[in-house]
Design a protein around this ligand. Structure first.
Ligand SMILES: [Zn+2]
Length: 458
């Protein structure tokens, strides 16, 4: 059968390939779900079975954005604990989170995914770790939402087994037993993980954080993930309080603790990594452990500024994360390109911390690296999956900036004229084609109110 082709022409292109190749005016040819060619000028003549031609005049084409850390369920608990640090925020929100159910998580997942996809995210990731007893198939609800929207997805099956009575932060009724958490993680992998090239769904094993899980769960989850060939994800070195907690409980810092439980390696990525010293960064670089940098969430919870320029210089793979929307209410990733650049310039390297190209790389290829998918997505190259975004840069917000990558990163959030995920148009003219955005907004509001009522005990 002949491939169906989409031809995009007349746009600027930032490929984010190994040499950061850019074209001031170029073309991209998509054949079914793969990129067939990328280059300068017009597409080759005589292509067969072209089902669509897109005039990209006034646009920049980039790889689709890759999100590497999120908690979808928080979409229905936004705007709470507005002035708290991480530990106080967690203690405030856990009792509400412990009341979530499948219907709520589905509505929240749709909201989270819709917000990101409209803003150019083509690969989403979720770290779900709250599984109240009898709450239904929460992971399944998220997977359904991503599949229905047509977004490429890594679902990290999280877990917590260290409740308050064991010195942890979450209330006891919000945690699982170690055995149950491991069994459910294995079942999620067996049921859902698709390791094939261009897969739309990966599962990762993801105990929540050192202060909410036991050392045994960390160790056993690492063994399980390696036996099954899936990746490992958790929160690491997020706050000074966490660092103190690790020293008190384990007599070592978070990175040493992770190393002692088998949690450094090229199949691991961690969110935040704000409080890392030189030897921590060297350990991540040596083992190729990845980092999900979440600048807005780190600012919202006053966690600090991750040492991204030092990590990149050392060779640590770094991607960007929205993080849960209870600590980053905007829920968008394209604005994190800008925030990563700006926030890192407030740290030691100042104006040399990150440039616009590096910020774009964090949000695309860097994300693909930390999700273990750099061979499939993250750059515009022939043979890769057709995940790409056409950003409109000829409108009032951007038309006076000559450098399109600078317009995208330094400028206001750019409208998405077209987003292809696996060769399928999921966004057209800033709107999702696959789902009803108004219905998603209504369901999210209803479920947020329902959760607030239940959490208030009436
Ligand atoms: Zn998080």
């Amino acid at each position: 059968m002949t491939a169906s082709r989409i031809v995009i022409e007349n746009c600027a292109i930032a490929t984010v390939d190994a040499g950061d190749t850019e074209y001031a005016e170029g073309h991209i040819v998509v054949a079914d779900n793969l990129i067939e060619s990328v280059g300068a000028g017009k597409a080759p003549e005589g292509l067969e079975n072209v089902v669509r031609r897109v005039d990209g005049t006034g646009h920049l084409a980039t790889p689709g954005l890759v999100n590497t850390h999120h908690h979808f369920y928080q979409w229905i608990t936004r705007g709470l604990a507005q002035d708290s640090n991480l530990f106080n925020w967690l203690v405030t929100l856990y009792p509400t989170w412990a009341r979530i159910d499948e219907q709520m998580v589905h509505a929240a997942a749709q909201g989270s995914l819709a917000m990101m996809a409209r803003g150019g995210v083509t690969t989403a990731m979720d770290h779900h770790y709250v599984f109240p007893r009898g709450s239904g198939d929460l992971l399944g609800a998220e997977i359904r939402a991503a599949r229905d929207m047509g977004v490429r997805f890594t679902a990290a099956r999280g877990s917590m087994d260290r409740g308050e009575s064991d010195g942890g932060l979450p209330p006891d009724f919000a945690v699982e037993s170690t055995e149950d958490a491991l069994a459910a993680t294995e079942e999620a992998i067996d049921t859902h993980h698709d390791a094939s090239f261009g897969s739309m769904l990966h599962i990762a094993a993801a105990p929540c954080s050192p202060f909410s899980v036991s050392a045994e769960l960390l160790r056993e989850a690492a063994v399980l993930a390696r036996r099954k060939g899936v990746r490992l994800h958790t929160h690491g070195s997020e706050t000074v309080e966490e660092e103190k907690f690790c020293h008190e409980l384990f007599d070592m810092g978070p990175t040493d603790y992770f190393e002692s439980t088998g949690w450094l390696g090229e199949d691991v990525w961690m969110a935040h990594c704000v409080h890392m010293n030189d030897s921590d960064i060297a350990a991540f670089a040596r083992t190729k452990t990845g980092v999900a940098h979440c600048p807005s969430s780190n600012a919202r919870l006053a966690a600090g500024i991750a040492r991204v320029p030092d990590m990149l210089a050392a060779g640590v793979p770094v991607g960007l994360g929205v993080d849960g929307t209870a600590s980053n209410e905007s829920g968008e990733l394209h604005t994190e390109l800008r925030n990563a650049l700006l926030i890192n310039r407030l740290s030691g390297h100042r104006e040399n911390a990150l440039n616009a190209r590096q910020a774009l790389r964090l949000g695309t290829y860097g994300g693909a690296q930390v999700l273990g998918r750099a061979a499939e997505i993250g750059s515009l190259e022939a043979g890769k999956a057709a995940d790409l975004v056409l950003w409109k840069l000829d409108g009032i917000g951007h038309s006076s900036i000559a450098d399109p990558v600078a317009a995208l990163v330094f400028g206001a959030a750019a409208p998405v004229t077209l987003s292809l995920i696996n060769g399928r148009a999921v966004v057209e003219d800033s709107h999702l084609t696959t789902v009803d955005e108004d219905a998603i907004a209504r369901a999210a509001r209803e479920q947020a109110r329902r959760l607030a009522r239940i959490a208030a005990g009436n």
